[in-house]
Design a protein around this ligand. Structure first.
Ligand SMILES: C[S@@+](CC[C@H](N)C(=O)[O-])C[C@H]1O[C@@H](n2cnc3c(N)ncnc32)[C@H](O)[C@@H]1O
Length: 252
């Protein structure tokens, strides 16, 4: 339907006059998320996310994106007919404007420890990219294992049977595979890894993922079987918590 790696067709689908007007207002802004005004760059970062999950080749799915920000990922996913809902705090004016520009259906709410997500229906796929919602109320620490367990059990309620949780782990300096692998073990979830290489000519950046599911059958579909690899190695870190973490062991 669209060339696999170019964002021009997607840029052409938005109101470019309105986008330029937004960009003019944010060009010198020091607002926290002003970087998202560079819509072309963020579409280039989000296109591989869509492609790695084979959303450019799969039948329509229901997708929930946690901490969806400006809605880049959902905007692209929508182009292939997927049903998309975002959840975010709605505190950032630029993100709100982009959500509106992209025509994204977003629920405003804050993810908190030990609080279930609002009732948004059931999804085939729940994603979260760079969304640091896993902080304690006073922001002093990340969630502990028990808080993650509550969150993931609650997510399970929002996933259709065989649903998949996709964790984006691209990082230039850290190998987060064993960290997620150990968390999956602790939570008795199946885990697979997906890697997508750079394509400089096409302006596509490398992107790495881990997919988690309560059901091994979730990975049996043809597309995911091809793309998602089992990880046989024993994780080389203990369960990552506030009491235990060892960055040196996961340096690349
Ligand atoms: C770095 S931005 C990433 C935005 C988007 N996921 C992306 O990749 O472009 C982090 C987003 O997470 C949202 N966020 C942070 N804490 C959250 C929470 N507790 N509940 C919901 N959203 C949260 C922020 O408002 C922000 O939009």
């Amino acid at each position: 339907m669209f060339p696999r790696t170019r964002v021009a067709p997607f840029l052409a689908k938005i109101d470019n006059q309105r986008l330029r007007e937004i960009q003019k207002r944010y060009v010198d802004s020091t607002e926290r998320y002003a970087k998202y005004a560079d819509v072309e760059r963020w579409l280039k970062i989000n296109l591989p996310r869509v492609q790695n999950l084979k959303l450019d080749r799969s039948p329509p799915k229901q997708i929930l994106d946690l901490g969806c920000g400006g809605g880049f990922f959902l905007f692209l996913a929508k182009q292939w007919g997927h049903g998309c809902v975002g959840l975010d705090v709605g505190d950032f004016p630029l993100s709100n404007e982009l959500i509106d520009l992209f025509g994204i259906d977003r629920v405003t709410g804050r993810i908190r420890a030990h609080q279930p997500l609002p009732d948004l229906g059931q999804f085939d796929l729940i994603t979260a990219f760079s969304a640091a919602f896993n902080r304690s109320e006073d922001e002093s620490r990340g969630w502990n294992a028990e808080e993650w367990k509550f969150f993931l059990d609650d997510l399970d309620r929002h996933l259709k049977p065989g649903g998949i949780l996709a964790v984006h782990i691209s990082n230039r300096y850290l190998d987060l595979v064993p960290v997620v692998q150990q968390a999956a073990r602790h939570l008795s979830l199946e885990v697979r890894q997906v890697e997508n290489d750079d394509d400089d000519d096409a302006g596509v950046y490398r992107s790495d993922w881990m997919l988690l599911s309560a059901s091994p059958a979730a990975f049996e579909g043809k597309l995911l079987k091809e793309a998602a690899e089992r990880i046989d190695a024993v994780p080389r870190v203990r369960l990552w918590t506030d009491d235990y973490s060892d960055v040196y062991r996961i340096l690349k």
